[in-house]
Write a protein of this length. Structure first.
Length: 103
């Protein structure tokens, strides 16, 4: 299963859990006519972010495959978010996001 497949399954489950989620694209991209666009997000920004409708609590989710490894920037972002008591999850499958119901 690809990272993109996992992200899509997670987004579906988040909706069922009463959460709103957004996909973050980090880095540079090109328009159809070849113009470069920079996302404006810092390197290491998690793949998904959103909030619980029940209490407005924000969360950030870094999606990885079974063998995926966090980059240096992703580890740093995880450290920053955790230090400030922000919910940050590394999810390799849908079951990994169930902690959102507990936190």
């Amino acid at each position: 299963m690809t990272e993109s497949d996992i992200q899509n399954l997670i987004r579906l489950e988040l909706a069922k859990m009463g959460c709103v989620s957004f996909r973050a694209n980090v880095g540079s991209f090109f328009t159809k006519d070849g113009r470069p666009i920079k996302s404006g997000l810092p390197n290491g920004f998690p793949d998904l972010f959103g909030y619980r409708k029940s209490d407005g609590k924000m969360f950030f989710i870094e999606v990885k495959t079974d063998k995926g490894i966090l980059s240096k920037e992703q580890k740093k972002m995880q450290e920053i978010l955790s230090k400030d008591n922000v919910i940050h999850i590394v999810a390799r499958c849908v079951d990994d996001i169930k902690v959102l119901e507990e936190r």
